[in-house]
Design a binder for this molecule. Structure first.
Ligand code: HAM
Length: 437
């Protein structure tokens, strides 16, 4: 084996890969700006404690944690949510509400690497703090859809599954489960899609056998796929909090529908989310074909800011991953062609012409044109070959004869047409030939 290899689950971004990633980041940033979210950033290394009680067992087992040279227990961040809660919590009084923030950053989880799952990946995080009502969910679900739809993905490519941990809690309470049992059931529901019946093993070990009739009700509830079904199951229970909650549901679905996005959203009580801090609505985005792991996930987490020691601040948010997003864009042929070449390649006669060429190259570059030239003196033939291989649209030719006349030759590398222009007008001519102001 030659040299060194990067660690499993960590990616290197060669320029073509980098440009694909940049396309994704640019799209996310554009959508977030359109929705009025403000960008922030945060440390990549955090106190271990921030995650050990807040994120839940699954993430805890995946931490890249170690003791630093100052004997601190630290961890690379596996997610942004506890960090952004700390940041917002620390300045909550000074921030204008609602607080709408986003970030694009890299995260680290020691997962078994598989398709769509790596150990270092990027997420777009968007969160709203200070809004307790379902208006925040509407805003975020619309942003999530825009973040994926902005790339040209349609309702036939992806959808958002919406669920609600509150309704699960209320329903299980009505069935006679206590809080610990309810958490056990939700963790089984979270695994049910992947594991089937085995998902309930952990529950049975912790809480004893699950009666057949109760299990049947749990399974029926997790298969609910529409609001009318949900209403039909819950309304007969006659509970006030359930009735109020169903009103929130109608608000969320109605708001999203009013934005013309109803086709992107599916009621699906099978989603409960593995992370420990979610308290209300939860949602996940998937590709329609179901080939890929989740594109995005999020939900409400009204207690986390307070649990970290700050004010009581309602919050809701989501994160999209770049790995599954990239795979889906590739599958759908929505990855843009790599454009790495310059606008202009400058062909230089020799050492004497290089000075004049350098002066003009600097002017062109200062105006933002992408300009390249050969580092060493080369025969014209070799330079023209390099010019056409570079992907440049124009060649500027600085030959001795031309410079003596005070002109430069400008060659269109697509149609091969060529003409002389006064040196003083090189910038204006190049800009107009490239269609750039
Ligand atoms: P999450 O569901 O753990 O949520 O991650 C969100 C998305 O990040 C996933 O849907 C997936 O696309 C991507 N992702 C997660 N782990 C990996 C991995 N190992 N490799 C590649 N992609 C991955 C959260 O992280 C929450 N903190 C989201 C949130 C924000 N909730 C509220 N605000």
């Amino acid at each position: 084996m030659a040299g060194f290899q990067s660690l499993p689950g960590f990616r290197e971004f060669y320029p073509e890969d980098f440009s694909r990633r940049q396309h994704i980041f640019n799209g996310w940033r554009k959508s977030a700006n359109a929705f009025g979210f403000q960008e922030y950033d945060a440390p990549v290394l955090e106190p271990l404690e921030l995650y050990t009680t807040k994120s839940g067992d699954e993430i805890e087992g995946q931490l890249f944690s170690f003791t630093d040279k100052g004997d601190r227990q630290v961890s690379l961040r596996p997610e942004m949510t506890p960090t952004v809660c700390r940041m917002v919590g620390a300045k909550a009084g000074a921030l204008k509400r609602p607080i709408k923030w986003f970030s694009i950053a890299e995260f680290y989880r020691y997962e078994r690497a598989q398709k769509g799952r790596l150990r270092a990946f990027n997420q777009f995080n968007a969160d709203i703090f200070g809004e307790a009502g379902p208006e925040a969910e509407i805003e975020l679900i619309a942003l999530l859809i825009q973040c994926l739809g902005g790339f040209g993905l349609t309702k036939d490519d992806f959808y958002v599954r919406l669920s609600d941990r509150n309704l699960w809690f209320y329903y299980l309470e009505a069935l006679g489960f206590d809080e610990a049992q309810t958490r056990g059931i939700l963790s089984a529901v979270d695994r049910y899609e992947k594991m089937g019946d085995d998902a309930f093993k952990g529950y049975v070990e912790a809480h004893g056998a699950l009666a057949d009739d109760k299990k049947a009700k749990v399974l029926a509830f997790l298969k609910i796929k529409s609001l009318p079904e949900l209403e039909a199951t819950l309304t007969p229970l006659g509970s006030e909090k359930i009735t109020a909650r169903l009103t929130d549901w109608r608000k969320v679905l109605g708001g999203v529908a009013a934005m013309g996005l109803a086709d992107f959203i599916a009621v699906d009580l099978g989603v409960v989310r593995g992370l420990a801090y979610y308290t209300g609505f939860v949602f996940e985005a998937f590709d329609r074909k179901g080939d890929l792991r989740a594109l995005a996930g999020g939900g409400r987490y009204n207690d986390l800011v307070k649990k970290l020691g700050y004010a009581d601040l309602p919050a809701v948010g989501f994160a999209i991953g770049d790995v599954t997003t990239g795979l889906l864009l590739e599958q759908r042929g929505l990855t843009p062609a790599y454009v790495g070449g310059p606008d202009i390649y400058v062909v230089i006669g020799g050492e004497a012409e290089r000075r004049a060429a350098f002066a003009d190259i600097q002017v062109l570059r200062a105006e933002g044109l992408r300009v390249e030239y050969p580092f060493k003196d080369l025969a014209f033939g070799k330079q023209f070959k390099a010019a056409s291989e570079s992907g440049a649209k124009l060649a500027l030719i600085y030959g001795g004869d031309e410079l003596a006349k005070g002109v430069v030759k400008i060659r269109n590398l697509t149609d091969r047409s060529e003409r002389e222009v006064p040196r003083a007008e090189v910038l204006a001519e190049a800009q107009s030939a490239l269609g750039k102001p």
